[in-house]
Design a protein around this ligand. Sequence first.
Ligand code: MOS
Length: 696
Amino acid sequence: MAWKPLGEMQVLSQRQPRVEAPLKVSGQAKYTYDIQLEGLLYGALLTCPHPAALVLRIDDSEVRKLPGVRAVLTDIHPTGTARYAGEYVAAVAATTPQLARDALELFEVEYEARPFVADLDSAMEDGAPRVFAERSNITEAKTSGEGDVEAGFAAAEVIVEAEYRTQVQTHSSLETHGSVAVWEGDQLTIYDSTQAVNGVREGVAQALEIPVNQVRVICHHMGGGFGSKLWAGRYTAIAARLAKLAGAPVKLMLSRRDEHLSTGNRPSSKQQLKLGAKRDGSLVAFSATTWGSAGIAGGAGVALPYVYRSLPAWKHTHADVYTNAGEARPFRAPGSPQGCFSMEQLMDEMAEKLGIDPLEFRLRHDNNPARQQEWRLGAERIGWTGRQAPGSGKGPLKRGLGLGASVWGTGGGGSHAEIKVFADGTVELRIGTQDLGTGTRTIVAAIAAEELGLPLSAIRPLIGDSDYPYSGGSGGSTTAPSVAPAVKNTAEKARQQVAELAAPHLGVAADQVSFSGGRIYGNNQSLTWQEVCGLLGTQVLSASGQWVEGLSSAGVAGCQFAEVEVDTDTGRIQVLRVVAVADCGLVLDRLTTESQINGGVIQGLSYALFEERLLDPTTGTMVNPDFENYKIAGALEVPQIEVILFDEAERGVIGIGEPPTIPTAAAIANAVYNAIGVRLRQLPMTPDRVLQALGA
Ligand code: MOS
């Protein structure tokens, strides 16, 4: 089976507003935060104030005396050795959120504070305190590469070399992590703000050592995740334990502070890069030595060489570095914005040294045929030919243009779905996926509607429940290529059954029946969808299907162009425009796709200019764990974003969640250079860093 040609699609590849939009804009959509239940208790977490400490003793006697406290846990830390400020040490459930927070003040905890390392550089010093006593802070370096790098550099006629730095970015989802746990006998229902209802189900069952079939996880709506909500949180099992102890449901939502500290982040990086070329513009060698701050976990890699991989010789050596800080976690295209920021600047520097236009240089070294066209589309839209020489503007406000490219690889699989058709003609679609904000609920309904020849409003899409047919987590931009084929396959089976119902009444064979505009056709006659469904009588038609090959694929290109204005008196960077060119195979819904790209650009801009987790080196604690001092881009900073979708419908469905956030920081950095003639090699590009660079 294949997708219809683009031109024949009625519902898909149009601009469909989200099916849940009325619920969301009217405040009726229920997020985990909004769940209200009879007798609901509120949980709160006591966290370790020290970046490294032994928890010697926890006295909860005063806590238990506080009226309204219904359950207390003092055994929630797995080892008693805390490795960052913010680790969960004890938990409480009380009748109001205020009481739960007050109760935290009444714990008496004896800590033995230990020496700590707050950042990547101090963690790498000789004799630095160890995060894990038995291991070096610097993990064993891993090297990858191809060809003879030394010979390559020996033959190079032009070399550019520089060190780049990127910061720790927290996911800053608008809805914090959290769960509501409800027991009915042995049966546990969890409302969770999650990217993976089934992953949480399995994780909670494991943590509580109960069978998977005793756990149900529900997530109807959620306020963002970006990779930080891919598995069960420790708070989820804690909420379930508190609820069991208290004999009442417990809602445990993290505070904004705990969210910044304990739910993961995009790791920082230190990158030493070198690129060699011949005078004719050919690239001969690339080398990179990188480190990433893993906190107390791993996965702090940097994607290099980025995009321009057709180098005859390259080598990349990377090591994660432990710090006494919250863990690195997957964050929208893990490792890629970091690598793109440095690689695209290095490419620009090389182009300038060689006297080649940066776009022309990309076109020569980019072997992706889609992006070859995308570069040209984007360049035309931004007005690349009007680009001035670096730093050549007059007056204190200087404008510049820059560019960057992205690449992302994952496909899909593993999804199952079910469709029910009722005698009144209504349709229900069930699939155990979740909508992390990308529009999943809308696209699954649109696929079913397209197949059945019905309007979008005819389908009731049911997602976000582990009781529905299995689908995997929404990570790695895998959701659309996983769910789309499963829903199409299921809808085809449902259509087949409806065709069989209609066929005798139209006097044709079932395979001669066609569906369009709410009518069912055959033999030059037609019946309405409702008339045919009415034939079901007391029956309910049900079809089950799953992911099949041939409707999706993997691998997207994409590029972005930025125009900035830099105030050389104040150091402030204003991004004026971003042109984002993106492909994702068959575009299922143009509106939700554009909005994912808008979101990616805004998040990338925020990473480029504002966001940074600041740990005080003397105390090891985060000094900006809020939205006042942890600055994220707001309406005033959002530029004009122009999205150009590059259709490749013949490739089937591919995910687009992650790639559009990758090249934004790189494009802005190159535009800043073009504006002021000075390179900023450290993120975020704050006014002080701009002024410092201009001063040097
Ligand atoms: Mo994503 S970082 O795989 O949710």
